[in-house]
Design a protein around this ligand. Structure first.
Ligand SMILES: Cc1ncc(COP(=O)(O)O)c(C=O)c1O
Length: 318
């Protein structure tokens, strides 16, 4: 991208950018599982707020065909990694819809920066659509390990945001020390591919153990081909579906007692009947820690870990 504007947080970047770009003659199509900061930005803008379900892309296509001419600008707004299950957006599909209907593709790479793509540029890099994304939003608070948010794109986009993104210019700029730390972290993330690979190996290990133990994992459920590519085993957010709120809360409490901080996610954050445990893997977790965490989750969910040849028996609490 040509240019970037920094904000005090990812939340401020999403809110301020969408409010600055989408006006009363426009429409924003917002994925129903988008993070609250994108939803709030869409809602706070004066544009018509339209929600779509990415599990039903043909409905989004029909809705664009029916409504496109009612609006000046149309924005397609999506997370690239969905924060409640770690699944990915189908960006090539959204890019094609954006081309067909002259829509502006806006993505939030919050959970993808540093994690996906050969150089850690995110799902846009992984799926080969960097040139087709008009607005790339993100945070410095996750893999970058700092604080702050950004909106990246053309010079024209930055010029516009400098003068109209209220959450940017009515708020104190990020301290120089934070910017310096973020720059250093970005250098490491870009070049240290071993760390990225390790993260993905640990996430795959965790998913494998939980699935072997018979648990259901949350994720994209569309066509088999799409589901295979949009639910990568190496995605570091793992959602263990438990259904009702009580089971999720109880399992989370048991895990806490066992020394694992694994929060329960319940409605309204996720849909009724899809309460879950949400696990986040980090590149510094050891294989042993992942094996222990998987065994503890299985136990807390009333399952027993499957003993595989690669594990010693003390990794697999019954
Ligand atoms: C997908 C997504 N976008 C944006 C944000 C907001 O980022 P920040 O914490 O920097 O405000 C978060 C979470 O914190 C997130 O999960």
């Amino acid at each position: 991208c040509e240019s970037v504007v920094l904000f005090a947080s990812g939340y401020a970047a999403n809110l301020g950018t969408l409010m600055a770009l989408a006006g009363s003659q426009d429409a924003v199509f917002c994925d129903r599982e988008n993070h609250a900061s994108l939803v709030d930005g869409c809602r706070a803008s004066e544009a018509r707020f339209l929600v779509y379900d990415r599990q039903q892309p043909e409905r989004l296509q029909r809705s664009l065909a029916r409504r496109r001419r009612d609006f000046d600008q149309v924005f397609l707004v999506t997370d690239t990694v969905f924060s409640m299950d770690g699944s990915l957006a189908d960006l090539p599909l959204l890019a094609e819809l954006a081309r067909t209907w002259q829509a502006v593709l806006v993505v939030d790479e919050a959970h993808a920066t540093g994690v996906f793509g050969a150089e850690g540029h995110g799902v846009c890099e992984l799926q080969g659509v960097r040139q087709e994304v008009a607005v790339c939003l993100g945070t410095l608070s996750k893999a970058v390990g700092c604080l702050g948010g950004f909106a990246a794109g053309s010079q024209q986009l930055s010029d516009w945001l400098w003068n109209s993104a209220r959450s940017q210019f009515f708020s104190t700029a990020l301290p120089p020390a934070v910017c310096a730390a973020a720059l250093e972290a970005l250098q490491i993330l870009q070049h240290d591919t071993a760390r990225r690979q390790r993260l993905q190996q640990r996430a795959s290990q965790l998913r494998g153990l939980l699935l072997e133990g018979g648990l259901a994992l949350a994720g994209y459920r569309g066509t088999a081909a799409a589901a295979a590519s949009l639910n990568p085993a190496g995605s570091p957010i793992v959602g263990v579906l438990l259904g009702d709120e009580h089971s999720a809360l109880q399992a989370s409490a048991r895990l806490r007692e066992a020394g694992f901080l694994i929060p329960a996610i319940r409605p309204p954050t996720v849909a009724e009947g899809t309460s879950r445990l949400r696990l986040s893997v980090c590149s510094e977790h050891t294989e042993q820690q992942i094996a222990d965490a998987a065994a503890a989750v299985l136990k807390a969910c009333g399952r027993h870990a499957v003993i595989t040849r690669s594990q010693s028996s003390d990794h697999t609490a019954g």
